[in-house]
Design a protein around this ligand. Structure first.
Ligand code: IPE
Ligand code: IPE
Ligand code: MG
Length: 253
């Protein structure tokens, strides 16, 4: 049996990742290296997103999830946080048309409660505007933390149990993720982090249980579609075993 057929018979994805998640890190250092304020790096970083989103159809990536702001990023100075919130508002306003033209369906994950009404209004509008798009699924994690997401999910699950909508004995690995912000998304196949840090910083904790990881030194504002392609190709050479045994032919690699 050819290797790819053997892989698909075993239920493995071998040709390329369907869902890629990116921790877009290193904007601050990129700016500092240039003697510029950190926000300059955030603006440069935001501009990189379009090229990566637009490359997804060429590379067979159906879902792209990007980490834009974590539940821990509120610890930064008030000026940086305000600058980032301003950047997110401007980004949605500026990019909406191009996203729609490229058939990109946008979703946001994270806790919206702490975000200002103007921003959440724009987020709602963009989600509604692109709801009919059938191309790339772009998910933006904004005020997102994996632990916070699991805690919020558990709270809603407990409410359903309290109301008699769910029996405790029915809570399992299929039930719990239905309460997560990512309930309509497949788990990420590949998680990329830029900037040389080898940690996940509270990103997609439940969902990335069996994801492949790539940690690259490139600072996010320098990340290109060529580097993205190389990482996707390298993913294609990996053997995802999910606790099983090596695929036929994998030992030879
Ligand atoms: C990532 O870049 C963007 C956000 C966390 C909002 P950083 O701002 O963390 O950049 P570094 O890590 O300080 O270089
Ligand atoms: C992770 O980067 C969050 C985002 C990229 C939005 P951080 O820069 O906040 O992570 P740490 O603090 O280095 O772990
Ligand atoms: Mg950082």
């Amino acid at each position: 049996m050819p290797e790819d057929a053997a892989d698909s018979a075993a239920g493995r994805t071998r040709l390329g990742p369907r869902h890629v998640a990116i921790i877009m890190d290193g904007n601050g250092r990129w700016a500092t290296q240039r003697g510029r304020p950190r926000l300059f790096g955030h603006h440069a970083g935001a501009q990189r997103v379009r090229e990566i989103v637009e490359s997804c159809p060429d590379y067979g990536v159906e879902y792209l999830t990007v980490f834009a702001f974590s539940t821990e990023n509120w610890k930064r100075t008030q000026a940086e946080v305000a600058g980032l919130m301003n950047l997110f508002r401007g980004y949605i306003r500026r990019e909406a048309r191009a996203l729609l033209a490229n058939d990109v369906r946008v979703r946001f994950i994270g806790d919206r409660v702490r975000l200002d009404a103007k921003l959440t209004g724009l987020m709602d509008e963009l989600e509604a505007m692109t709801a009919g798009c059938a191309g790339t699924n772009l998910t933006v994690a904004l005020n997102y933390g994996g632990r916070d997401e699991v805690a919020r999910a558990t709270k809603r699950l407990a409410e359903d149990v309290g109301r008699g909508r769910l029996r405790p004995e029915d809570v399992d690995e299929e039930t719990l993720p239905r309460y997560l912000d990512t309930c309509v998304l497949p788990d990420p196949d590949l998680v990329i982090r830029t900037s040389g840090e080898a940690r996940i910083s509270n990103f997609l904790l439940w969902q990335s249980a069996y994801s492949e990881y790539e940690f690259v030194d490139t600072l996010w504002p320098d990340f290109t579609r060529e580097e993205f392609r190389r990482l996707l190709e390298s993913y294609g050479r990996r053997d995802r075993r999910f606790g099983g045994v090596p695929a036929q032919g994998a030992a030879a690699r």
